[in-house]
Design a protein around this ligand. Structure first.
Ligand code: NAD
Length: 519
């Protein structure tokens, strides 16, 4: 099925393979179990970032279509929330197998729309697949608590119940992994789900929706709408939607958190980052340089956990020339080309923004150790490419340090001590991720205890937690109370009922009313 979706000779009534009167394929809406063409007059073009050729169009769903989608979720909730947990588990067991079987097809779609290399796109699917696999443990994850005999003949127990219709709003940079942080966990808990993928990369979510339908998810349990601000406002405002999961920029995330919360919804909002890698002089040099280069420039730096900032402590600053040489050796090319290490940025606007931030660094006094702005990718001259770039002698006042660049740019600072490095990181408003490179356990322990960042790697450059844990970005990188996936993800998508029950023997009758507070 997925092969035929990607093969233009065999169009199906689904997603990008269904053609409208326009020459570019249109992305469908998924409403009440059907992939349907939008009636909208407003469309957004989807470009291949390596060529800027239009590869599809995505609709801005109309109000009627969005209402139909949320109504479908509301109707389906009645039966889905009462469907046995074992049946829901079976659907997700089949789902994880379908994703596994089709990882190559999903990855091709990601590379086409998002630009990242095929190998990296497979990683994107794989990290989302792990969340689906974890969702299959729902029979343990949703267990409540019991305390028998809290007083004579009286027991208290809790159970976790779904909360209703939930909604997800996703960014462009992980077209598989991030939607898979959202609807599988929400749905396996018994909620129904309204998904709004990024308008720049909707294709992968459509394939994932078809697979979930094939795995047996009943009509209406997952609905998909497309669009930008109007779709986001609709989700923030519709009273049937009880919870919103958002991942993306601070600008959007803070707005959605405020508007959704004001409307009485639960909101979890994962946002931007500025992740620092601290290089101690006792670190394993070879490992550290390779890890820094991979984590700064992989996915063209378009990862919220990219190590975009390095702090060289003491004499480790002498390693900079080797870091520059290693970075130069990366191959910048279209994501589907053999040997590509660094693909294009998502759009010409993103390329301009990244290039102007590099220029701001130069003008504000940083030292341009490697300049990727003039990179020439043969055969892809119209693509949004920027090669690996390194700015040295950066200070915290510079714009290139203060802003999230979200491109293949490593900014390098220097510190005389670990304390100085920690203090610098703790003054930065973001708290998504960080890493320290050292061979000293006491140094690593001090760092993990004192640095005020939610996800820390010790000799691990991109410490994204596996799904039995939660994604615990903090401070300016997160708004909300409970994080994505893991135990916290289950808490976010469930509410607790606590039952206190008394079963007395027949002869132990209550003989008079008790008017004082029961103790
Ligand atoms: P984005 O905020 O532009 O878009 C994310 C979603 O919000 C999209 O679905 C989009 O349609 C919608 N949106 C965009 N602007 C909006 C606005 N002004 N009002 C309401 N809705 C809006 O983000 P992006 O460019 O797609 O993704 C990149 C950002 O996401 C980076 O800042 C990155 O750090 C962040 N990110 C964070 C995490 C994390 O877990 N912390 C993970 C991935 C990406």
């Amino acid at each position: 099925l997925l092969r035929s979706l990607l093969n233009k000779k065999a169009p199906l009534q689904l997603g990008r393979m269904c053609y409208s009167s326009s020459s570019s394929p249109t992305t469908k809406l998924f409403i009440d179990g059907k992939f349907v063409e939008s009636n909208t007059s407003e469309w957004i073009e989807i470009h291949n970032p390596a060529t800027n050729v239009v590869v599809g169009r995505v609709p801005k769903a109309t109000q009627e279509e969005m209402l139909a989608a949320v109504d479908s979720c509301s109707r389906a909730f009645k039966s889905w929330s009462e469907t046995s947990i074992l049946s829901r588990q079976q659907i997700f067991l089949r789902y994880q197998q379908l994703i596994k079987d089709n990882i190559k097809e999903l990855s091709k779609m990601i590379t086409l729309e998002q630009g990242k290399t095929l190998a990296d796109a497979e990683g994107d699917v794989f990290r989302g697949l792990q969340v689906v696999e974890h969702a299959c443990s729902i029979t343990s994850l949703m267990l409540g608590e019991t305390l028998p005999s809290i007083t004579k003949d009286m027991d208290t127990y809790t159970y976790r119940l779904p909360i209703g219709v939930c909604a997800g709003i996703a960014p462009f940079n992980f077209p598989a992994m991030i939607p898979l942080w959202m609807f599988p966990i929400g749905m396996v808990c018994g909620n129904t789900y309204l998904m709004k993928p990024s308008e720049r990369v909707p294709g992968c979510t459509m394939l994932l929706a078809k697979m979930l339908q094939d795995a047996g998810a009943p009509d209406g349990t997952l609905n998909i709408i497309h669009g930008q601000h109007a779709a986001v406002n609709f989700i923030c405002d519709h009273p049937a939607i009880k919870a919103i999961s958002f991942v993306g920029s601070n600008q959007a995330g803070e707005y959605i958190y405020e508007r959704g919360s004001k409307n009485g919804k639960r909101v979890q909002s994962n946002m931007g980052a500025k992740n620092h890698g601290v290089v101690m002089p006792d670190a394993n040099k070879e490992n550290t340089i390779n890890q820094l280069v991979g984590a700064a420039f992989g996915a063209a730096g378009q990862r919220c956990m990219a190590l975009s900032t390095a702090i060289f402590v003491g004499e480790s600053r002498d390693w900079l020339p080797e870091l520059v040489e290693r970075s130069k050796s990366l191959c910048v090319n279209a994501g589907d080309q053999p040997g590509a290490d660094v693909g294009p940025l998502i759009s010409p606007e993103a390329k301009n923004r990244v290039e102007s931030l590099i220029q701001s660094g130069v003008e504000e006094g940083a030292k341009l150790l490697l300049d990727g702005r003039k990179v020439n990718v043969k055969g892809y001259e119209n693509g949004n490419f920027v090669g690996p770039t390194i700015l040295g002698k950066v200070t915290p006042e510079m714009t290139c340090y203060k802003e999230e660049i979200f491109g293949p740019v490593l900014v390098v600072l220097e510190a005389d001590s670990l304390d100085e490095a920690i203090s610098l990181i703790n003054r930065n408003p973001y708290g998504n991720g960080t890493a320290i490179f050292t061979t000293n356990g006491a140094t690593a322990r001090k760092y993990t205890h004192e640095v005020d960042v939610g996800q820390i790697g010790v000799n691990v450059p991109i410490p994204v937690p596996l799904p039995m844990f939660s994604f615990t970005g903090s401070r300016g990188s997160f708004r909300g109370d409970t994080n994505f996936y893991g135990k916290q993800g289950i808490q976010f998508y469930t509410q607790v009922k606590t039952v206190t029950s008394q079963w007395k023997a027949e002869d132990a009758t209550v003989t008079s009313p008790a008017v004082t507070m029961p103790t």
